[in-house]
Design a protein around this ligand. Structure first.
Ligand SMILES: Cc1cc2nc3c(=O)[nH]c(=O)nc-3n(C[C@H](O)[C@H](O)[C@H](O)COP(=O)(O)O)c2cc1C
Ligand SMILES: [Fe+2]
Ligand SMILES: [Fe+2]
Length: 401
């Protein structure tokens, strides 16, 4: 472990302990906080790691550079999963020059009380480490305002921060030619396929809102020749760098596959039965789908598949004349992610006066979704007569062409 090239060394860590990332998102396969050294006449460290990994992280750095010092600490992103150990680096090497942009400076002060010896860079500025040049490009709102990326010119390597990142810790190696998704026993065709679901979950959960700014960053980076992507989470992409860029491009355009993401919440199982009925109608027609129950699983997975399929069908009973809260929260999250270009339908049980389906339709309409039906609102128990999922499945089939 360690060497990505003669000059680029991996000093990141796997987090196999954290159960919930950012206080919300489950980590069934862990996550890695990647950090890199570029070792030349001068040594640059690119981003740091989570606070709890101070010791392991320091050992990784010492293993690579021994008694040499870190001359520069490049701060691409200030989210604490990458910036927590900035103070520790400054304590270990008091002369280290911190490299950030104008928006980074107040954040470093606010988190670490550090305001001296900071080298402020702007778009296209470079620093030389000897025979290696690092050039900085701003990537605002991917997914914080201060985010920037660092390009190692001579090795055509992009240190991309969270861009192109994925959940999932690294097993077996660091680069995509030799690394596996930690704890996953599914056999994948290649590393990109192995991480694809976790990458989409990461993107949709954390970066999802920022499609437009990701597109702007991709446009800017399209001028660079990129043969290696070193992001802050997940494998180093060499063989699959182009696949990863085009996947992020698709996701940030909200481009989706033909298929249906069924998301429901249910107190007593009536709405759940309708969800099941729709799934079996889709199955009969050979339409791809995923089903997510918001009452038993984290909403993270539902967002993941909202970004996968071009049709979203949401089921929720009426609750206090409103949408049953788990489904409301989910739709709020879909709105917050500015999801576009989806077909939509709603269904749900009520007992005395249905409201949820109408309100779900309103939320979907605000997002510009195309309503495939007026919605299937049914009183009390589910039955195919009260809630015709076969007709909805036909409509979905027809939309698919
Ligand atoms: C706390 C609570 C509030 C409810 N509010 C309404 C309501 O405002 N209007 C209505 O028609 N039914 C209301 N219901 C009844 C449910 O919508 C009904 O039981 C429905 O069948 C539940 O669907 P489920 O089995 O999918 O959970 C409420 C039920 C509960 C428990
Ligand atoms: Fe981040
Ligand atoms: Fe991150």
């Amino acid at each position: 472990m360690g060497n990505i090239s003669e000059k680029i060394r991996y000093v990141g860590v796997n987090d196999l302990q954290k159960v919930i990332f950012e206080g919300m998102w489950p980590l069934p396969f862990g996550v890695s906080y990647n950090s890199y050294l570029v070792v030349d006449e001068k040594v640059a460290l690119i981003d740091t790691a989570e606070a709890g990994f101070a010791r392991e992280y320091m050992e990784n750095i010492r293993r690579e550079i021994g008694d040499r010092k870190v001359d520069y600490l490049v701060v691409n992103h200030m989210e604490p999963d990458h910036s927590s150990l900035i103070s520790m680096i400054r304590e270990a090497w008091p002369e280290v020059r911190i490299v950030g942009n104008a928006k980074t400076v107040p954040m470093i002060k606010g988190y670490h009380g550090i305001s001296d010896n900071i080298h402020v860079v702007k778009e296209g500025d470079s620093i030389s480490l000897g025979s290696s040049t690092l050039t900085f490009y701003m990537a605002p709102m991917v997914h914080w305002p201060e985010t920037m990326v660092t390009y190692f010119n001579e090795e055509k390597t992009l240190f991309s921060g969270d861009a192109f990142g994925t959940f999932g810790a690294l097993d077996g190696g660091i680069t995509d030619s030799c690394c596996r998704l930690y704890g996953c026993t599914d056999v994948a065709e290649n590393t990109f396929e192995a991480f694809r679901e976790e990458m989409r979950r990461y993107y949709s959960n954390i970066v999802g809102k920022f499609g437009q700014t990701v597109q702007a960053a991709l446009k800017k980076l399209s001028g660079l020749e990129i043969s290696r992507i070193c992001s802050t989470h997940g494998p180093v992409w060499e063989n699959h760098a182009a696949d990863v860029v085009s996947y992020y491009d698709r996701l940030s355009r909200y481009d989706a596959d033909n298929g249906v993401c069924i998301v429901y919440a249910s107190m007593y199982g009536n709405t759940a039965k309708a969800a099941k009925a729709l799934a079996s109608e889709l199955e009969k027609r050979g339409i791809d789908y995923a089903v997510h129950n918001l009452c038993t699983e984290n909403v993270s997975y539902a967002y993941r598949d909202v970004f996968k399929y071009n049709t979203l069908v949401v089921g929720a009973p009426t609750y206090n004349n409103d949408i049953f809260p788990p489904a409301y929260n989910f739709m709020y999250g879909v709105s917050a992610r500015l999801v576009k270009n989806r077909n939509f339908a709603a269904f749900g049980s009520f007992t005395w006066a249905g409201a949820s389906v109408k309100l779900l339709n309103e939320m979907a309409s605000k997002l510009g979704f195309k309503l495939l039906s007026e919605g299937l609102s049914f009183p009390q128990a589910y039955s195919p007569e009260k809630c015709d999922m076969s007709a909805l499945a036909d409509r979905i089939m027809q939309e698919r062409g």
